[in-house]
Design a protein around this ligand. Structure first.
Ligand code: PA5
Length: 532
């Protein structure tokens, strides 16, 4: 039986918490956890707080990679476990600000074009999603110091599209290549494609390029050898998906003209609040426990993230990586197979009400929602679209209506309310979810800070490209002669790889300049490949 309005009002008062220092409120009233859930979780939560305190003190919280996990130090270097780390954090922040000031002052003018006008960020995963989210959330096209573009994939056409948008401004475009490991192929390809574009335009790429990467990495050495403008460090104690408040995120944001110290202040304030070992006072603990409740600690329900704000539309994409790459793990910390995770998807309200919200209300019940409500509609006042009603009132109306409509049908939701979309709030939101992920990982006993699945994908792609190289070598050594994939597999010593050879050969044949032809092909086994 559904709750009466009076019961809901009581539950709302009981489970709605304001965190005034953060400008944040969290409402758990539409999660139907029973009264004994919170007391029952207390011992596990206490352990999670202890593990988090150890992590912040510099424990090896990523045992598989034998690494410390230090993203909390980035916004409060006094917490760093050694003075040397604290100094590196501060020095890097100052270096980011100094370089940014030089760029903005036009001190790094290239060629005849004038000061830098655009920024091309090349990176992927944790080296792109945070910068993209922040650039989109806080950018103001009329005021931004640099217009930001991204290469975040190895899709040639995608890169062409970005280069076309940059157009004749290449000489006034600064390129920041970001890769913690410095060896990620997608990013390496983006760097080479960007460099080729500069060369085609008769420009020196090196005079336009800066890097954010681990000291001594392949990218670091390349940037040094080629005399790039500047190099900024990344450290092994910062994970890719928690690196937004290191140089990875701060450099692009500062160059765009965003207030990075305010982002750091928001994150620091949130860290302080989420360090409090008390569920009632800690918004990250509240989120982590709701995730546990919703999915029974097994991730059986997906989390749909619905911010009612266009500026936050990339937040769900950012969270998708932060949460799924951190929590989606085969083994727990004791080596037991657990196949943990928490699937995340979403976009923005009210837009999504005209898309998949139909299924959320009436279809398969395999999710809970995290609504994000932003109190400030816009900086200025609004017109009335109906008597005494603004567009922003409609947005709020649609949010509350959807929340109620879902609840009526037994579909649960958490609501996060923030006052605005400012650098402070963005820093706060990043820190809030980073902490919730860390606490939840402890609740379910997994390592949130490694990504063996990502590494496995990288290895598998390497094997495909090695096979392609053998295929091309064989076809080139037998010009004009056609082979089925069965013949090719036997010839190049790749038994069992017929399907991959078929896919790779078909791709080569579809692309100009590769010199591979495909003939026949009523079925994959009959298709023949040749080089000319
Ligand atoms: O979060 C992670 O660790 C990954 O998503 C990485 O950020 C991603 O693979 C890119 O790695 P890198 O920054 O080393 O190029």
């Amino acid at each position: 039986m559904s709750a009466t309005p009076e019961q809901l009002w009581q539950r709302f008062q009981q489970h709605y918490t304001e965190f005034p220092t953060l400008g944040l409120a969290l409402d758990l009233s539409r999660m139907n956890f029973p009264a004994d859930f919170l007391p029952a979780m207390q011992p596990r939560l206490a352990q999670a707080f202890t593990a988090m305190a150890e992590l912040e003190r510099g424990a090896i919280a990523n045992p598989d990679e034998k690494r410390m996990v230090g993203h909390y130090w980035l916004r409060n270097s006094a917490l760093a476990p050694t003075p040397a780390i604290a100094k590196e954090i501060e020095d890097t922040l100052e270096a980011v600000e100094k370089f940014t000031a030089e760029v903005h002052a036009g001190a790094t003018v290239r060629g005849a074009g004038g000061p830098f006008k655009r920024l091309l960020v090349v990176g992927i995963g944790g080296s792109a999603l945070g910068p993209q989210f922040v650039a989109h959330a806080l950018g103001k096209p009329a005021d931004d110091k640099l217009i930001v573009h991204f290469f975040d994939n190895t899709d040639p056409d995608g890169m062409d599209k970005v280069l076309a948008a940059i157009g004749g401004d290449l000489d006034r475009t600064l390129v920041v290549v970001i890769s913690k490991s410095g060896g990620t192929k997608e990013t390496r390809n983006g760097l080479l494609e960007a460099k080729a574009a500069y060369t085609r335009a008769g420009l020196r790429f090196e005079a336009h390029a800066a890097a954010v990467t681990g000291v001594g990495s392949e990218l670091d050495k390349y940037a040094e050898q080629n005399g790039w403008l500047r190099r900024f460090p990344m450290w092994d104690w910062v994970g890719g998906r928690t690196s937004e408040l290191s140089a990875v995120g701060l450099l692009p944001a500062a160059l765009q003209g965003l207030a990075i110290r305010e982002m750091l202040a928001g994150a620091k304030a949130c860290d302080e609040a989420t360090r409090v070992p008390d569920f009632a006072k800690n918004p990250a603990a509240q989120l982590a426990l709701m995730w546990f409740y919703a999915g029974g600690g097994r991730g059986t329900k997906d989390m749909v993230v619905l911010p009612y704000k266009d500026r936050l539309e990339l937040f769900s994409k950012y969270l998708q990586q932060l949460i799924m790459e951190s929590l989606g793990k085969e083994l727990d910390l004791d080596g037991k197979v657990v196949n943990q995770g928490l699937a995340v998807y979403g976009n923005k309200g009210a837009t999504d009400q005209h898309a998949y919200v139909q299924q959320l209300r009436e279809g398969v019940l395999n999710f809970f929602v995290t609504f994000i409500e932003v109190l400030t509609d816009r900086a200025s006042s609004s017109i009335e679209v109906e008597p005494r009603t603004t567009s922003g009132d409609f947005l709020t109306g649609f949010f509350l209506g959807t929340r109620a409509a879902l609840h009526e049908k037994g579909r649960e939701s958490v609501t996060l309310t923030v006052k605005d979309v400012s650098p402070y709030t963005i820093g706060l939101l990043i820190a809030l979810f980073e902490r919730a992920v860390g606490l939840y990982a402890s609740l379910v006993n997994i390592n949130a800070y490694h990504q063996p699945g990502v590494e496995a994908g990288k290895k598998a792609a390497g094997a495909v490209l090695a096979l392609q190289a053998k295929l091309v070598a064989h076809l080139s050594a037998n010009l004009g002669k056609s082979f089925t994939v069965t013949e090719l597999a036997a010839a190049i010593g790749a038994p069992g790889q017929e399907e991959t050879l078929f896919k790779v050969g078909t791709h080569l044949a579809a692309n100009a300049g590769r010199g591979v032809q495909k003939t026949g092909g009523g079925s994959p086994a009959e298709a023949k490949f040749a080089a000319s």
